[in-house]
Design a protein around this ligand. Structure first.
Ligand code: NAP
Ligand code: GLV
Length: 323
């Protein structure tokens, strides 16, 4: 008998075809609306595999309902939406999509950095609003990127890919990482700093570490107060890493200069969120990996992980494996 896989969102036909060759596939048929919690709690009961997005909270409540779940394949590299410890206890393999999105996310991170530094969105709005009276010397002046100091917190795959872009702009790159990486320092020509020093010395601070309870609000009032007045904070990792109230105050009071945010504590970010009222914040709807090619690669890797595990093989990119 074919195993059953549930997909929490309508995906591409070729991916569904790939899965249907092996499994009985059930799916939430909406593309832009997440599966309701009660539907997920029901669907999970009798499936062998779950393919989900980062919008689904796969917690103890969901996992407790699962009677025969063997694998969860997350279509994202970050997996903070899944209780991996509880999954491990139940012997469920969890997979993610590392690597295939690295360069695309680094591109977007650098785009956000440039947009915030050079006031790209604000300037475009200024022009469209009809306020552009005449060219003037200090109009819409921003911060230089070339030659500036970039501090990366979380130097993993995407962090390293970001360094390559920064080096093309002659940036001085500092990093803080849980594990120091002397060989990478040598190879990429970058410098390790403790977090406090990195915050004090950087013109741009980019967050590229995974979110977990231990790093909740890693960047709060105190950390923001250490940053330069011309500094720009870029977050393409996870919203929970930043205390958004403290960031709002800091930006509003000119304690740091600008921010570029692809991620928020609550997504979609409420339209009346204070941060959205500030001209010195560039906001994006969590599109770090959103190129056509990369999203297809992520979907296929998630499907391939599912096929591999449910046909008795190793996961291609496991978060945890119990073999
Ligand atoms: P990765 O290769 O695992 O890199 C993460 C790095 O963060 C590792 O070097 C890790 O250090 C470090 N780290 C972990 N915990 C830390 C801590 N407490 N303090 C300092 N450093 C810490 O992951 P990646 O592929 O680069 O992705 C990074 C994150 O980006 C993902 O987890 C995801 O949340 C986010 N992301 C967002 C988008 C988007 O659309 N905006 C797209 C892709 C990814 P160790 O070497 O010690 O493990
Ligand atoms: C996106 O945020 C991811 O973690 O892949």
């Amino acid at each position: 008998m074919k195993r059953t896989v549930y997909i929490t969102r309508k995906l591409t036909d070729d991916m569904i075809d790939k899965l249907s060759n092996h499994f009985q596939v059930r799916m939430w048929h909406e593309e832009h609306v997440p599966v309701p919690r009660d539907v997920l709690l029901k669907e999970i009961e009798d499936v062998d595999g779950l393919i989900c997005l980062l919008t689904e909270k796969i917690d103890e409540e969901v996992l407790s309902k699962a009677k025969q779940l063997k694998v969860i394949s997350n279509i994202a590299v970050g997996y903070n939406n899944i209780d991996i410890d509880f999954a491990a206890k139940k012997g469920i393999v969890v997979t993610n999509t590392p690597g295939v999105l690295t360069e695309t996310t680094a591109d977007l991170t650098f785009a956000l950095l440039m947009a915030a530094a050079r006031r790209v969105v604000e300037s475009s709005d200024f022009l469209r609003s009809g306020e552009w009276g005449a060219w003037s010397l200090m109009q819409m002046t921003g911060q230089d990127i070339y030659g500036a100091t970039l501090g990366i917190i979380g130097l993993g795959r995407i962090g390293e890919a970001l360094v390559k872009r920064a080096k093309g702009f002659d940036m001085n790159v500092l990093y803080y990482n849980r594990t120091r990486k002397p060989e990478t320092e040598e190879k990429l020509g970058i410098h390790y700093r403790e977090m406090k020093d990195l915050l004090q010395q950087s013109d741009f601070v980019c967050l590229l570490l995974p979110y977990s309870a231990e790093v909740h609000h890693l960047i709060g009032k105190e950390e923001l107060s250490l940053m330069k007045r011309n500094a720009i904070l870029i977050n393409t990792a996870r919203g929970g890493l930043v205390d958004e109230d403290a960031l709002f105050q800091s930006l509003k009071n000119g304690e740091i200069w600008a921010a570029g945010l692809d991620v928020f504590e609550q997504e979609p970010v409420p339209i009346d969120h204070p941060l959205l009222s500030l001209p010195n914040v560039v906001t994006l709807p969590h599109i770090g990996s959103a190129s056509v090619k990369t999203r297809m690669r992520m979907a296929h890797l998630a499907a391939d992980n599912m096929v591999s595990v449910l046909t008795g093989n190793e996961a291609i990119t496991p978060v945890i494996s119990h073999k």
